[in-house]
Design a protein around this ligand. Structure first.
Ligand code: SF4
Length: 401
C-alpha cells in the first residue's frame, strides 16, 4: 500500500483542502505516514505573502533531501509562480481540481473509492467545513482573487451530507470556512444564514472562521444572534486603522463603520470576543496612519491580532508601489505586536472568575486539560477525569491565564 504525507501552508481553507485530499486518498487505500516514509509527498502551498512562498520552496528541498525517492507534488496557490517550474525536486505541479486523478493515473489506482472517512483535525473535537472558495474583492495587496478565482459555493445538499457525517464521527464543533465566507451563496442565490441553518441541525457549537466587514450589516447580525449555536468569537479583518490606507487598499468600509459593527455585535452577543488581521507598512503608511491603527487595536480590544508586514505580491495593484523604509516597517511591526499582546492579556483577564462551557482538546502535564470556551478563550482545568473531546462548564481560574 502506498503511503502519503501532506504538508500544508497558509489558511484554514487550505487546511480543509488538505483534509479532503487526505480523505479521498485514504478512501483509495493510501495510508498516512511520516514525510520520511511517504511514497507521495504533497505540498499544499500558499501565495499570500513572500514568506509563505519562501517556506514552500524551502520545504520542497527539505523533503526531497530526506526522502529522495518520494514522488513530490506541488499544489495550492503558489503553483502560479514560474520559479517552481524548473525546480528539479518537484515531480508534479498540479492544481487541486486535477490532483486526485493525476495521482490515480500515476499509481494506477482504478478501483472505485470506498466510503470516505474523515481524517480531520483535533481528535474529533473541531471540524473545519469549507463551504466557499474564491474572492472577487481585489484588495490592492492581495493575490488570492488571481489564484482562487470567482466565488464558488457548496450547495446545501453537499453541506448537509458533510455535516451529517462529521456529526456521526463525533465532532463537537463545526467551523464554517471560506476564502470570503460572508459571500457564501451569492453564486447560488443563497446566503450564509442558509448554510448555518443546515450546520445547526448537527452541531451545538458553530464558528464562522473569518468575515470581511463589508458584508456585515445589522440585519445579518440580528439573524445570526437568533441561533444559540453561533459561538460569539468573531474574526473581522480590519487590515488598517486609517481610512486613507483602507481606501488605498481597496477595502470597502471605513473605520467608523468597523467600530459601529463591533459595538452592535457586543450588544447582541454576551461575552463576544474579536480577532483580526492587520497589514503593517502598506506603501505610503505614515506615522499618523500607524498610530490610528494602534488606536483601533486598543479601542476594540482584540483577543488576537495577526500582524502581517506588507509584502508586495505579483499581479496585485500595490506590487510596484514604493515601499516604506524596511527598518521603519520592522519597528512598527514590533510595536504593533507589543500593543496587541498587551491588549489581548488585558481583555482576557476581564473574563477571569466567569464560568464558561469549554470544549477540551488536549491534556497537558499534571492532569491539566486545555480547550476553548465558546468565545474562544483558551481555558485550562485540572481534572482526574479525562476531559479530551468533552464539553464541560468550568470557571476560568487566574492561575491558568
Ligand atoms: S477580501 Fe481582499 S484580502 Fe480577502 S481574499 Fe478577497 S481580495 Fe484577498
Amino acid at each position: 500500500m502506498k503511503k502519503f504525507y501532506i504538508y500544508t501552508l497558509g489558511c484554514k481553507v487550505n487546511n480543509c483542502d488538505s483534509n479532503k485530499i487526505a480523505n479521498v486518498l485514504a478512501s483509495f487505500g493510501f495510508i498516512i505516514s511520516s514525510s520520511e516514509e511517504a511514497d507521495i509527498i504533497i505540498i499544499n502551498s500558499c501565495a499570500v505573502t513572500a514568506e509563505s512562498v519562501r517556506k514552500t520552496r524551502q520545504n520542497i528541498n527539505k523533503f526531497k533531501k530526506v526522502n529522495k525517492n518520494c514522488f513530490l507534488i506541488l499544489t495550492g496557490c503558489a503553483i502560479i509562480f514560474k520559479q517552481f517550474l524548473d525546480n528539479k525536486n518537484i515531480d508534479l505541479i498540479c492544481d487541486k481540481k486535477n490532483l486526485i486523478n493525476k495521482i490515480r493515473q500515476k499509481f494506477e489506482i482504478f478501483a472505485q473509492n470506498k466510503e470516505i472517512n474523515f481524517i480531520n483535525s483535533n481528535d474529533r473535537t473541531r471540524a473545519f467545513i469549507k463551504i466557499e472558495d474564491g474572492c472577487e474583492n481585489f484588495c490592492s495587496y492581495c493575490i488570492i482573487p488571481f489564484v482562487r478565482g470567482k466565488i464558488k459555493s457548496k450547495n446545501l445538499e453537499e453541506i448537509d451530507i458533510e455535516c451529517n457525517k462529521l456529526f456521526d464521527f463525533g465532532f463537537k464543533e463545526f467551523v464554517l470556512t471560506g476564502i470570503n465566507l460572508g459571500k457564501y451563496g451569492q453564486d447560488l442565490n443563497l446566503d450564509l444564514i442558509d448554510a448555518i441553518k443546515i450546520a445547526r441541525k448537527y452541531c451545538k457549537r458553530i464558528r464562522l472562521s473569518s468575515l470581511e466587514p463589508d458584508i456585515l450589516n445589522k440585519k445579518f447580525i440580528d439573524n445570526l444572534c437568533l441561533f444559540d449555536e453561533i459561538c460569539p468569537s468573531f474574526h473581522l479583518s480590519l487590515q488598517s486603522g486609517s481610512d486613507r490606507i483602507l481606501k488605498l487598499m481597496n477595502r470597502k468600509y471605513n473605520v467608523n463603520f468597523y467600530l459601529e459593527l463591533i459595538s452592535y455585535i457586543k450588544n447582541k452577543f454576551e461575552n463576544a470576543t474579536f480577532s483580526t488581521d492587520i497589514i503593517i507598512g502598506y506603501p505610503g503608511e505614515t506615522d499618523e496612519d500607524f498610530e490610528n491603527t494602534l488606536k483601533i487595536i486598543k479601542k476594540v480590544g482584540f483577543i488576537k491580532v495577526n500582524i502581517f508586514p506588507f509584502s508586495p505580491r505579483p499581479l496585485t495593484k500595490s506590487y510596484s508601489l514604493n515601499q516604506i523604509n524596511l527598518k521603519l516597517k520592522k519597528y512598527r511591526v514590533k510595536k504593533a505586536i507589543e500593543v496587541s499582546e498587551l491588549i489581548s492579556k488585558k481583555v482576557i483577564s476581564c473574563f477571569i472568575g466567569k464560568s464558561f462551557e469549554v470544549l477540551f482538546e488536549s491534556k497537558e502535564k499534571n492532569n491539566i486539560f486545555s480547550g476553548y470556551s465558546r468565545n474562544y478563550i483558551k481555558i485550562k482545568y485540572k481534572s482526574e477525569e479525562n476531559l479530551c473531546g468533552k464539553i464541560k462548564k468550568v470557571i476560568f481560574l487566574p492561575e491558568f491565564t
